[in-house]
Design a protein around this ligand. Structure first.
Ligand code: ATP
Length: 305
């Protein structure tokens, strides 16, 4: 195990930001901590990185106690820093040189820029980078010391879908280099795609832990039928249909969980026909349950309100 966390607690006044969390991270895995804003992800990560102090509990990183030898650990881990935005007049190459110099061991900036697909921007000042490039540079900061564990805290927040996918590819390449990656995110599809294992966290507690497939399989025998319908129909209409186990509605979007897709599907179509709604029924499709569905099932809430 490269990270061991036992009964971690951190409070800010009345807020229990981290409320007795325990988990382990294995060497070489992409471990995801996911949960909504304010769930306690950043607090947990920063305690593991040695940047904040826990009230109680124990954290070891690479076999060392974070509370006792934080400086030794910092040499061996990569932390994603937003520092680039504080130094707008330096080029990407200069920034990596500067930060690489803070470590006993660092990679040549050219190699890190290549890994992050930033080679063409090596002489570009930070202030002139696009949002996606700036975000990739901040991830580069977590790689500059060729760390054994890289911590990426919400690396794709605020990026457009294309830039987000670009960063996913980078993370997959880092993982192929056998790096351990600790990722926090509130994007469920990101966790599902990138992570070997995830801890889902809500109100400072882990509510589910395992591989994405395992978690979905353990909680769902059913699949999801999803569609848009205007005007939305009362949920009880859908709950009464054959095979339906649960219903979630968000304005005109409806998700119906069913353990008998053919029966539910034909009942939905029949209902639409009887109520003259066939033309209003849009984007009707069946899909496997996802981590997003799991979060909803466990908490009754969507991860992003
Ligand atoms: P986000 O995705 O918004 O960053 P998060 O899951 O990373 O959320 P944290 O930033 O760890 O969550 O915050 C957890 C809780 O602790 C929140 O209620 C937050 O308001 C509170 N909190 C975090 N840092 C502090 C602080 N320095 N002082 C007071 N309260 C804090």
């Amino acid at each position: 195990m490269v990270i061991e966390v036992e009964q971690l607690v951190k409070t800010y006044g009345p807020v229990r930001a981290v409320d007795g969390i325990s988990f382990e991270v294995k060497k070489g895995e992409v471990f995801g901590m996911l949960g909504p804003n304010g769930a306690g992800k950043t607090t947990t990560v920063e305690i593991i990185e040695g940047l904040r102090q826990a009230d109680s509990g124990r954290v070891t990183v690479l076999g060392m106690d974070v509370a006792k030898v934080p400086a030794r650990i910092k040499q061996k881990i990569g932390i994603q820093l937003q520092a680039p935005s504080l130094l707008p007049l330096l080029t990407t190459e200069e920034i990596l040189n500067l930060f690489g110099g803070l470590y006993e061991h660092s990679l040549p900036p050219g190699e890190v820029l290549e890994l992050l697909s930033l080679t063409e921007s090596r002489k570009v000042m930070v202030k002139n980078l696009s949002g996606g490039q700036q975000q990739r540079l901040s991830v580069a900061m977590a790689m500059v010391n060729d760390p054994e564990i890289a911590f990426l805290d919400e690396p794709t927040t605020g990026l457009d879908p294309q830039a987000r996918r670009g960063l996913w590819t980078v993370i997959e390449e880092m993982s192929a280099r056998k790096k351990t990656i600790f990722l926090t995110t509130h994007y469920m599809e990101e966790a599902e795609r990138l992570c070997d294992r995830v801890a889902i966290i809500d109100h400072g507690k882990i509510i589910a832990l395992g591989t994405p497939q395992e978690l979905i399989r353990n909680h769902f025998e059913e699949k999801a039928i999803q569609f848009f319908l205007e005007p939305p129909q009362p949920q009880d209409v859908w709950r009464a249909l054959p095979g339906v186990t649960n219903v979630a509605q968000d304005e005109s979007e409806t998700v119906i969980y069913s353990d008998s897709i053919p029966a539910t599907m034909s009942a939905i179509l029949k209902y639409a026909e009887q109520h003259d709604l066939t033309r209003e029924l849009k984007d009707l499709h069946v899909r496997e349950a996802s981590l997003e569905d799991l979060f909803l099932k466990l908490t009754g809430r969507k991860i992003r309100e």
